[in-house]
Design a protein around this ligand. Structure first.
Ligand SMILES: *Cc1c(COP(=O)(O)O)cnc(C)c1O
Length: 386
């Protein structure tokens, strides 16, 4: 492990990156909302869009240590982080290879913006390492992956991607949102740039929008030069909320991950479920890779209801578990990819990607699993078509 740290994970979550309250000795970080700081001619000028107000500067340290990197930057959304990282490393005439299955917003960003700037891009056929190699061109500058991926929890071999990229001096980026820094630290496997939608597990309470990038100091300095031009900094009030959320991240994510394993095993045995996709199941095709590169298998899973059950009706019948567009909060939520994230694709395109009508993506929360199981049982009973 690079940047090995002697402190335990909960200690890091609670204490690293605190802003000391020297004036009143309060227990938590004060918020510094100033947008204007004294100019003394020598020191770096503090300014919100420079990512260096006291709250931003300190929280960057916590995120860096959590991802085992030297430095980090905090943004106003996951997409602000992802777009700044990509535009920092890509210019006209460059080429990027992107894993086929990635977050919809990232796909839209690439498909809608890159042509305008003359940046070439190729999507792989699958998440298998063999599919990346043939796409490498002399002008390939970045390889971009996401693992586990949405909604079928595909696993990409992080170490193999990093090794392939190093051979060709290509920068690697990973969207580490689904795993969170608790369950996966891609920097240890040689990935250069770690991206997060902090709206998800880092925030964890479904109440803040934020993003983060973790990398070496050299790479963060380079991204910073682009990021200050796009202006995607997070307000200091929300930086403070993110700090508060991160204090419990390990407790939340560990509990959610434990629950997800229990729910995945339960669903796999349920006769009304055709398939369960969860990297912690032995039946997952890339279970061995997941085991090698993840500290825990995460709290996202998906499952296919039998065609005797209407997916929308099933979700309407749930009492505790909320149908919800987003994910990773401490409350359990479901979403039907066919009705939402993949609604714009034709049925043929969806089936090509393995997304059937009865597919439900399940973000497992911290509730007791016996309550979640009871909720699913009663919803299935009501939604079954006789
Ligand atoms: C939500 C999400 C994003 C985008 O994050 P925003 O905070 O909504 O901008 C990126 N990647 C993944 C995997 C996500 O789930």
């Amino acid at each position: 492990m690079k940047n090995s740290n002697k402190l335990g994970i909960n200690t890091i979550c609670v204490h690293i990156g605190e802003v000391e309250d020297k004036q009143f000795k309060g227990a938590v970080s004060p918020i510094y909302p100033s947008t204007s700081y004294a100019f003394d001619g020598v020191d770096i000028k503090r300014y919100p869009r420079y990512f260096n107000t006291p709250n931003q500067e300190f929280l960057r340290k916590k995120i860096a240590i959590l991802e085992h990197t030297e430095d980090a930057l905090i943004f106003s959304s996951g997409m602000a982080a992802i777009s700044a990282a990509l535009f920092a490393f890509l210019k006209k005439g460059d080429h990027i290879i992107i894993q086929q299955v990635i977050y919809g917003g990232t796909f839209n960003f690439i498909a809608n913006e890159f042509d305008k700037f003359g940046i070439e891009y190729s999507f792989t056929e699958s998440d298998k390492i063999e599919d990346f190699n043939p796409l490498i061109r002399p002008n390939t500058k970045v390889i971009y992956i996401e693992t586990p991926s949405n909604p079928l929890l595909g696993i990409t071999d992080i170490q193999a991607i990093a090794a392939l990229s190093k051979q060709h001096q290509i920068i690697t980026m990973i969207d580490n949102t689904f795993a969170s820094p608790i369950n996966q630290n891609p920097f240890d496997f040689g990935i250069d740039i770690i991206l997060h939608s902090a709206t998800k597990y880092m925030g964890g309470h479904s109440d803040i929008s934020a993003g983060a990038i973790a990398a070496t100091k050299e790479h963060i300095d380079l991204i910073w030069k682009t990021a200050i031009n796009y202006g995607g900094n997070l307000s200091d009030q929300t930086v403070w909320l993110l700090e508060r959320s991160l204090k419990t991240m390990n407790l939340r994510v560990k509990e959610q991950t434990k629950n997800a394993q229990i729910m995945a095993e339960y669903l796999e045995k349920n006769p009304n479920i055709d398939a369960v996709y969860y990297p912690g199941l032995l039946s997952h095709p890339q279970y061995e890779i997941a085991k090698k590169q993840m500290n825990g298998f995460g709290a996202m899973l998906s499952f296919e209801l039998k065609n005797t059950i209407d997916a929308m009706n099933f979700q309407r019948q749930l009492r505790l578990i909320k149908p919800s567009m987003s994910l990773a909060g401490l409350e359990s939520t479901t979403v039907s990819p066919v009705q939402t994230t993949h609604a714009l694709l034709s049925e043929v395109e969806r089936l090509e990607r393995g997304i059937k009508n009865g597919l439900i993506r399940f973000s497992v929360g911290i509730e007791e699993t016996r309550d979640l199981i009871a909720d699913i049982e009663q919803a299935i009973e009501k939604a079954i078509l006789c």
